[in-house]
Each structure stands twice: as C-alpha cells, then as structure tokens.
Ligand binder design. Structure first.
Ligand code: MSP
Length: 525
C-alpha cells in the first residue's frame, strides 16, 4: 500500500530583517502543497524555521547593540506572527540556536570527522562576506561575487573541509538515474557550472566569528552555516535524538522547496551530506525563481520592497496569496507591479470568480426562491459539454498539483471559471425563464452550483476564506467539500438552499487610486 505521508520543507530564513513578499513566497508555496496533500488524505507535515547563526547575524546584532540571541529571538517571533497572519499551517518551526538542533549538528560533525569525510586544512579563497561564501577564481563574475555581485576579499584561515570530491561521481550518477530536481534544467545547470569544472571541497568551519555551533573536539572552530543550516531538515524530526518517531515516519522528505539562489546548496551539498550519513535522499527538490520589482531585485536600499502585510491589510490574504502563486512562473522570474496586482484582483478575482458566484446566487433566488433542485439526469446539450469540459479540467488540475505546478493549476482552475461563466451566456437562463423551460432552467442552475462547488474545492489549498465563503453562500455541507466528492454531477442533495443575498467575494478596486496607494507604499521606505 502507498505510504500516505507528505513531508514538505521551506528553507530556514535568515533573520536579517523583515520578510518581504519574495521571502514569504517559498512558505506560501510549501503551505499550499501541504494543504493540497491534506485534502488528498495524506498525513502532511510542514517544516519551516530560521537560520540564526553566522557572521552576518552577528554583525547586525552588534550594530544594533544587542546580543545575537536577543536579536534572533525577536525576528523569529516576528516570523511566527507573519506565518500566523498568512494562515500558514506549519507543524514545526526549527531555530538553529535551539538545543535540539545544536547537539545533533555537533554529533554529525564528529561522525564525519571520524569517518574521514571531514579533514583539517588551510583555506584560502575569495570570500563574499554578505553571502558568507567562498568562491574559486573561476566562479567569480568579473571578479565579483556570482550570487550578489558585490566585492569579494582574499581570505586565509585554518579550517575543516568536507571532502565533496569523494562523492562527486556518486552525485553525477544520481543525477543520471533519478529525477528528483524540478525543473529539469536545473540539473544541467548544476552539472555544467559546478560538477564538470570539478567539485571543490566545502569549507565547513570558521574561526573568524563566534556566533555559531562549536566543534566539540576543537572549540576554536564554529560550524559554518551550510552544514549547520541544511541539517535542520532532519534534526527537526529528531534524527539521532532519543525520540526518532517523527524521523522514522517522515524522512525522506517528499518535497523540499528552495529559491534559485540556494539551489546549489540543496542540489549538491545536501544530497552529499545525506549520502555520507547513509540516509535516503528527498524525493523532490523544487527550485523556484524570484519575485522582482520592475526596477530589478527587491532591495531596501533601492527603496523598492513590498511587504506581505501591506497587501494583506488592504486587499486580504487570499488576494495576496493568489497573486504570489499565480505570478511566478516555473521557468523565469515573476514581477510584482502595482498595475499587475490590481489587474489580477479586478479581472480574475472580481470579474471572473466573484461575478460567477454572484450571478448564480442572484438567478437561483430570482427563479427558484433560493432552492437548488436536484439534477434529474436530463442533460441538455450545453450541460453535457460543460460536464465533459469540467471532467477534463479535473484531470489537468490534479496532474498539475501532483507535479507541483501551481501556475498551471491556477490557470486551469480559471479556465474552468471562464468556461462556467460562458455557459451562463450560452444557455441564457433569462430566455429559458421567459419561455417557461423550467426543467432546463433547473438543470442550468444545478450545473452552475455544482461547478462552483468544484471550483471551491480546487481553491481549498490556495484561498481558505474564499472557498469557505463559496461553500457557505451555496449551502454546501462538509461532506461535499472533499476531493473525492469532485467526481460526477449528482452530489448536491434536494433541499439545498443558497443564501438570500449574495455577498461579494472581492470588491472591485478603483484602479488609479490603488496603483497610487501601492506605489506610495513601495516608496515609503
Ligand atoms: N538561510 C538560507 C537558507 C538555508 S536553508 C537550509 C537563506 N535564507 S534567506 O532568508 O536568504 O532566503 C530564504 C528563501 O527566500 C530562499 O529560498 C530564497 O530564494 C527566497 N527568496 C529571497 N528573495 C526572494 C525573492 N525576491 N523572490 C522569491 N524568493 C526569494 O537563503
């Protein structure tokens, strides 16, 4: 029997400041898949957290005259508040300063040292301080950091290294034999940029700063961020601890989601650490692109950052999540623009979805005093076509969700919404009413409610308030809110009644006013 569990992780975030919509994106995406799998009956577990060690955090804390621990405590609790506001159903929030993490990382380090995976040497290289990463000369772009484009400095220190070279062959073989990377092209990117030029051993300790996990057998050294950070995905489950229940149940992860900037660490170092620990590898690692502003990267210093709270407070959580999930394609970066946001809001949410619900409720009240009559199986030509289309959409939406393609899934859900809106125009209920075609009219109303019910089920992982409102307004009970109940058109019982007065799901926005509002918010920084 299939093991119906689903373990999904987000990266653990640097507590280096307030989270903008780009950083919130990964968590929203992970949460959407968790909710989808839950709906499909999986025992789902979502892990998120904060990556609290390292030079950068130490410096930020020093600059604000507080102890690093005090500083990270504050940001970690802000992060939890944000996830609460965004209705993120995380099951655990791991912080790398927690004892449960620290002791296991130390154990793992000593184990690698004993096995000979880790050795002591001298590191000399070009170092990017903000990225906390050494680069080889070859990797630099015009002499600058290939990740952030800033200046690098030559640094030298005694350090421990992880013997990555030992595992390079096995990793290439793994790439050839499995398809654990989404999207596919990231695989060749890794092979061409890092594996073919020769994988460098990874420096895993530092002596240049103190804010990190000490090496047990050599206290001068702190474990450098990536060995500390990546292992969170297993320490949170209790790996090597006394209680391994969660670990035994959930590892390997079914889906690990990361942004493109940290793909290298998750697609190369992480699988190698796992191989060295003799642990199974995650089933899929999904690498997503970035949200940009029209002017380029979001950055506080450029004054072009947008925070999730700004959007949620004015336009609601569902609209915010819809925009984020709808606007970031798999193969390229997405753009946040005030115009784009307002356009999606007015066109997709108000016009397409909101109007479909409103028109339907209005007509059922007008023609049948709010009653939905059970469909008697006498399909009209238009009904048959709508059913066929809807069934096809079902397969497309399910497949997209199973393949972790949210943009495709949302596009197909909206195709279904548009088709259902068109069905109203094509069947012209007002003509049927005028001509006294009561059976036909009942059938059209039934099909509209049934399609809206299905649409609300599809929206469940994405927009919780919206789907709740649709179900409530249509009088759909819990039994009919399940994924299993999506099949066929005979489910809605007689005596179902819609609300007397439809309530709009989204209120149309005044375009110019809102664009100005958002522009101001972006420039307020
Ligand atoms: N701490 C590391 C991750 C360690 S995981 C073992 C880190 N933290 S981060 O806070 O800098 O970034 C967290 C996530 O946010 C990354 O997946 C990153 O790609 C994502 N994003 C940061 N800016 C983003 C956008 N503008 N758009 C989309 N995602 C973005 O890296």
């Amino acid at each position: 029997m299939e093991n119906k569990k689903f373990y999904v992780t987000t990266p653990i975030y640097y507590p280096s400041g307030k989270f903008h919509i780009g950083t919130a994106y990964t968590t929203v995406l992970a949460d959407t898949f968790k909710k989808y799998k839950k709906l499909r009956g999986f025992d789902s577990y979502l892990l998120t957290g904060t990556d609290e060690h390292g030079q950068k955090i130490q410096t930020i804390a020093e600059n604000s005259n507080v102890e690093p621990q005090e500083y990270v405590d504050k940001i970690a609790s802000q992060a939890k508040e944000l996830w609460l506001k965004m209705n993120i159903e995380y099951d655990d929030f791991i912080r790398t300063t927690e004892e449960r993490h620290v002791v296991i990382v130390q154990k793992i380090f000593e184990y690698f040292l004993e096995k000979g995976d880790i050795y002591k040497g001298i590191y000399e290289g070009m170092y990017c301080v903000p990225c906390e990463t050494y680069f080889t000369e070859k990797q630099l772009i015009e002499g600058k950091c290939p990740d952030c484009g800033r200046e690098v400095t030559l640094m030298k220190e005694e350090a421990y290294f992880f013997n990555m070279k030992n595992y390079a062959e096995r990793l290439i073989k793994l790439y050839e034999e499995t398809d654990f990377i989404i999207p596919e092209y990231k695989k060749s990117e890794m092979i061409n940029n890092f594996l073919k030029p020769g994988l460098e051993d990874l420096c895993v300790t530092r002596t240049s700063f103190k804010w990190g996990i000490n090496v047990k057998s050599d206290e001068n050294h702190v474990i450098y961020v990536w060995l500390d950070a990546l292992t969170n995905y297993i320490t949170a489950l209790g790996y090597l601890s006394e209680d391994k229940t969660l670990f035994n149940k959930y590892w390997p992860a079914d889906l690990q989601i990361v942004g493109k900037d940290i793909a290298r660490f998750h697609l190369i170092y992480w699988p190698i650490f796992l191989m060295a620990l003799d642990l199974p590898l995650p089933k899929k690692i999904l690498v997503h692109n970035w949200f940009m502003m029209k002017e380029g990267k979001m950055s506080k210093s450029k004054g072009n950052v947008i925070y999730p709270e700004t959007l949620i407070d004015r336009y609601g959580l569902d609209a915010t999540k819809y925009f984020l999930l709808r606007e970031l394609p798999l193969h390229q970066d997405g753009v946040f623009s005030p115009e784009g946001f307002i356009q999606r809001f007015n066109s997709d949410l108000c016009n397409d979805l909101g109007n479909l619900l409103n028109r339907t409720i209005g007509m059922i009240n007008k023609y049948f005093k709010g009653n939905i009559y059970n469909y008697n199986g006498q399909k009209n030509e238009g009904d048959k076509k709508l059913e066929e289309f809807t069934n096809l959409q079902h397969n497309k939406i399910q497949l997209a969700m199973d393949n972790y393609e949210v943009v495709t899934a949302l596009t197909e859900i909206w195709n279904l919404i548009s088709k259902t809106n068109k069905y109203i125009d094509e069947t012209s209920p007002w003509v049927l009413a005028k001509e006294g075609e009561e059976d036909k009219l009942k059938s059209v109303m039934y099909h509209l409610v049934e399609n809206l019910r299905k649409i609300a089920i599809y929206l469940t992982p994405f927009m919780q308030d919206t789907k709740d409102s649709i179900f409530r307004q249509l009088g759909i009970n819990e039994n009919l809110q399940t994924w299993e109940s999506l099949i066929d058109y005979t489910k809605i019982p007689e005596n179902t009644k819609v609300v007397k007065q439809g309530e709009p799901l989204f209120l149309r926005l005044e375009k110019e006013e809102e664009i100005n509002y958002l522009k101001n918010q972006i420039n307020l920084l």
